[in-house]
Ligand binder design. Structure first.
Ligand SMILES: [Zn+2]
Ligand SMILES: [Zn+2]
Length: 116
């Protein structure tokens, strides 16, 4: 299967002149990266640097944008939840107050019922 470079779409030749994208595992010409040959055999081999091809880096950008959008939605949602929580607490307080009144009213009406 002929392999093409993910950056320039041209055929990729021998192993020595290309490198793998760390995200999609696609092949990239060494000349299509800003990596020097000595970096490939030293820094990349020991995983000190990551190689990300152009399509992956634009995807990463899209994901980063989506993530920040989601974070914003989460923030808005959390604020709404906090507001609802506040209302629920307020209503719970009212219900407790009503229950107190009801039990007082209950005792009162029981006392008013003539027992024969
Ligand atoms: Zn290339
Ligand atoms: Zn890639």
């Amino acid at each position: 299967m002929p392999t093409t470079c993910v950056n320039c779409s041209k055929a990729v030749g021998d192993q020595q002149s290309n490198i793998q994208c760390d995200a999609c595992k696609g092949s990239i010409h060494l000349t299509c990266t800003d990596l020097r040959a000595e970096d490939r055999v030293t820094r990349h081999k020991v995983r000190e640097i990551k190689i990300i091809c152009n399509p992956c880096s634009s995807n990463i950008e899209i994901f980063a944008n989506l993530k920040s959008m989601l974070d914003k939605y989460n923030e808005d949602l959390q604020q709404k939840i906090n507001k609802i929580d506040g209302k629920v607490d307020e209503m719970a307080g009212r219900i407790v107050g009503l229950e107190d009144k009801l039990s007082v009213a209950g005792q009162y009406s029981t006392a008013q019922v003539p027992i024969k």
